[in-house]
Design a protein around this ligand. Structure first.
Ligand code: BJW
Ligand code: ZN
Length: 251
């Protein structure tokens, strides 16, 4: 199958599916200028996500971990949703039965106007009290850039806050995991811009396939999921999605 035939197949699957679920990863925001985690530019001060995105790292050096998040918040605040975000946002409004699960914490899907977003790994724009003090809510919105202090402090107890994201070794919020598993019960499952290395998010594609969905991957590179999806499109999301959208608009 050549590239055009793959895109036509995807457009046809979208037309004929009642329930469409999309899983996105860092690659969908790459064209907006947000660095991916495992690309060469994913390193910050020579630290990898695996070294910084853990409760142990935070316990050891909260200032270092917050400096990474502060740098990312500043960078993301200057980025705009790209063509891939915009097409997915349009589909979320156009198709009933459309759900978008994102591993991204950048908020660009929401800024593009996407409906029904499940934030699998939380949000970089939320924080919670590290001590989980009794008077603080589980997490709250804080989009201040730059942060008033590093680490930012809990207004309820004066202790330090942590980013409202899911780190390695932490469980996915059970209601988010449950909604995502339900969304994997669909006709078409499209995975876009993820290395498919981090579980349990990566398992959703297999869950969907096991439950009868037609599975599609959009990623310029091969991933551990590429061999098992029904259709692999090895091109950038911001190029593929507008082309598929154009096919959908043809009569
Ligand atoms: C393009 C593109 C373009 C470029 N267009 N594409 C062994 C086996 C199985 C599991 C485990 C295991 N050992 C440990 C685990 C568990 C662990 C895990 O999966 N580890 C693996 C690394 C092995 N998982 C967890 O710990 C999870 N929790 C859990 O399992 O709970 C149970 C438990 C409890 C107690 C103990 C143990 C288990 C939680 C995972 C949390 C992940 N958190 C992060 C950070 C979030 C906050 C933050 O942003 O700071 O989430 S890590 C980071 O990886 C982030 C991402 O959401 C996630 C996935 O990355 P993603 O999105 O796929 O990005 P990349 O960079 O990897 O890939 C980008 C892709 O885009 C590439 O493929 C490019 O080719 C492509 N691309 N340009 C389309 N233009
Ligand atoms: Zn507190």
């Amino acid at each position: 199958m050549n590239s055009g035939e793959r895109l036509s197949e995807l457009a046809e699957r979208i037309r004929s599916s009642s329930r469409i679920t999309v899983l996105t990863g860092a690659g969908v925001s790459a064209a907006s200028g947000v660095p991916t985690f495992r690309g060469r530019e994913g390193l910050w001060n020579n630290f990898s996500a695996e070294q910084l995105a853990t409760a142990e790292a935070f316990r050891r050096d909260p200032k270092l971990v917050w400096e990474w998040y502060s740098w990312r918040r500043e960078l993301i605040s200057r980025c705009q949703p790209n063509a891939a975000h915009l097409v997915l946002a349009a589909w979320s409004r156009r198709f009933t039965g459309f759900t978008l699960i994102t591993q991204n914490v950048d908020g660009l899907h929401e800024r593009a106007g996407t409906q029904y977003v499940i934030r699998f790994h939380g949000s970089i724009w939320e924080v919670s009290c590290w001590n989980r003090c009794a008077s603080s809510p589980p997490r709250w919105w804080d989009d201040s850039v730059p942060l008033p202090s590093i680490p930012p402090l809990c207004p309820h107890c004066g202790g330090i806050t942590r980013p409202g994201v899911v780190w390695f070794g932490e469980n996915i919020d059970p209601s988010i995991a449950d909604r995502s598993l339900k969304a994997a019960r669909c006709d078409l499952f499209l995975t876009v811009g993820t290395s498919a290395l981090v579980y349990p998010a990566a398992g959703l594609t297999f869950d969907a396939k096991t439950q009868g969905a037609f599975t599609v991957e959009i990623n310029p590179e091969a991933t551990p999921a590429s061999g098992s999806v029904d259709l692999a499109i090895q091109e950038p999301a911001e190029a593929v999605l507008p082309k598929v959208d154009a096919l959908l608009r043809e009569k």
